[in-house]
Design a protein around this ligand. Structure first.
Ligand code: BGP
Length: 476
């Protein structure tokens, strides 16, 4: 049997703020990403305090999925998708985050999106936080530095999970909260995407602030997991982590150890969510750094009761350990070291299909829980030639990754339950805010200067993926 399992989820992942647009429609309040300007590989995005008139904000229109979702979902169905991961924008449901009542228009909007998916037999997989948070919660309460945020988040979660009971079964509490760790070089951008604050805005001891944000989000995640299962015992709850495995620079044992430590930093929240306990090693590490966390006596119980049912992994690239002996002359790219065995994308991301098999093995052996690849794809510049987009490079990238995933499932016996390709339709890049960095099977006529009629055009990869789904990956 050379096919993927029968009930394997084939599909894609998108996020509200990267595709919906309509930032001031339907009763939506401003979210943190609505004050994040356009950027590029060379020029980082800026985080503004107010909406600067005349400045381009990519989330404001994005690809107008808000108005075109029926057309887009129809195209996903044409490809044969059996699952689509969407996110709900918190600021469409509670425009300020601390409102007494939810915004009915927001609830109705997502209900229709979800029902449309179901009509096409596409399983909705719903992420509750994909960098979308009402900005008011940052301004008034200091974001996740304040434990009150956990209650605002749980109120929002309870509202939507009740509203879509019986329609949505698969829930994801957070996307990529692992990018905050006091030991990593905190990227300004990830601190902003997760907490709406820049690194400079973190008060007091920066490491303590990062640890607090990480702890409070993890606690919110386990509490939400329990709550979602209480609302409907059929619900299946996961959390998504963005991990790029770290290879040692050579077989010097010191460097191997360093690489392990670097990669391991991305796992403390997975440990907390799978093992029913915030890891003791992490607490001790905080003590060593003189970091003080506000912990309540009920927290331990929340961790014990909030174990997740599946792990979502976003995989794009591997890295080489930045620390180690003998690295003085290494060329740095994107804060990392280039792997001489791998090619890079135009944005400097190392293309490493085997890395995905490695990640699946590594993570499954640690926890034994089902894993879903919740994001994977190639950001590239696409061109029209003779009215057609021939994206063989994308087909090649996806084919190679799917081959390695197939080996992980059929040869390594990893319980991998789905492959959700990132950005099945071109959308705004999260890190750069660019349209130029395209991932989709479907081209969107929209450009970085804001021009374009937003029309949708299937690329060659559209028909390739359609066939792969139809034959359940048999030819890979
Ligand atoms: C992940 C995010 C996505 C997505 C992806 C690709 O970290 O979860 O939202 O955008 O990265 O990144 P980019 O859009 O910057 O190419």
């Amino acid at each position: 049997m050379n096919k993927f399992p029968k009930d394997f989820f084939w599909g894609g992942s998108i996020a509200a703020h990267q595709c919906e647009g309509a930032w001031q429609e339907g009763g939506k309040g401003p979210g943190i990403m609505d004050y994040c300007t356009a950027g590029s590989y060379e020029v980082p995005r800026r985080f503004t305090k107010e909406h600067e008139e005349g400045t381009l904000y990519p989330t404001h229109e994005a690809i107008d999925f808000y108005h075109r979702y029926k057309e887009d979902i129809k195209l996903f169905a044409k490809m044969g998708f059996t699952a689509l991961r969407i996110s709900i924008d918190w600021s469409r449901i509670f425009p300020n985050g601390d409102d007494n009542q939810p915004n009915q228009e927001g609830l109705d909007y997502y209900k229709d999106v979800i029902q449309t998916l179901i009509e096409y037999n596409i399983e909705p997989i719903v992420t509750l936080f994909h960098f979308e948070m009402p900005i008011h919660l940052v301004r008034k309460y200091n974001s996740w530095l304040n434990r009150d945020l956990i209650n605002f988040y749980l109120k929002y979660v309870k509202t939507v999970v009740r509203e879509y009971k019986g329609l949505v079964k698969y829930w994801v509490t957070f996307n990529e909260m692992n990018h905050i760790d006091p030991q990593s070089e905190a990227s300004d951008f990830f601190v902003y995407m997760l907490a709406g604050l820049t690194y400079d805005e973190l008060p007091g001891d920066k490491r303590e602030s990062l640890a607090t944000i990480g702890y409070n989000m993890t606690l919110a995640g386990v509490k939400a997991t329990k709550l979602i299962r209480e609302i409907d015992k059929n619900n299946i709850v996961g959390c998504v982590f963005g991990i790029h495995p770290i290879y040692p620079r050579d077989c010097n044992p010191v460097n191997v150890m360093n690489a392990f430590k670097e990669m391991d930093r991305d796992y403390y929240q997975i440990d907390a969510m799978c093992n029913g306990k915030f890891p003791t090693y992490k607490m001790k590490e905080y003590e060593d750094f003189g970091i003080h966390l506000e912990i309540n006596h009920e927290d331990a119980q929340a961790f014990a009761e909030g174990k997740i049912d599946f792990i979502g992994l976003n995989y794009y690239q591997t890295g080489v350990s930045k620390t180690g002996e003998g690295n003085e002359n290494d060329e740095k790219l994107f804060g990392g070291v280039q792997n001489p065995y791998l090619k890079q994308s135009k944005w400097g991301w190392a293309i490493d299909p085997v890395g995905m098999r490695y990640l699946l093995n590594y993570t499954y052996r640690k926890y034994g829980l089902p894993i879903m690849i919740t994001e994977n794809g190639l950001g590239a510049v696409d061109e029209f030639i003779d009215g057609r987009i021939n994206d063989d490079y994308r087909i090649d990238y996806l084919k190679q990754h799917l081959r390695e995933m197939k080996k992980a499932i059929l040869e390594d016996h990893i319980e991998c339950i789905g492959y959700l390709m990132w950005g099945p339709i071109d959308l705004v890049s999260a890190t750069n805010g660019e349209m130029k960095k395209r991932y989709g099977f479907i081209y969107v006529n929209k450009y970085d200067d804001g021009s374009g009629d937003l029309s949708r055009i299937p690329k060659d990869s559209f028909y390739w993926y359609q066939n792969i789904i139809q034959i359940q990956g048999e030819e890979l």
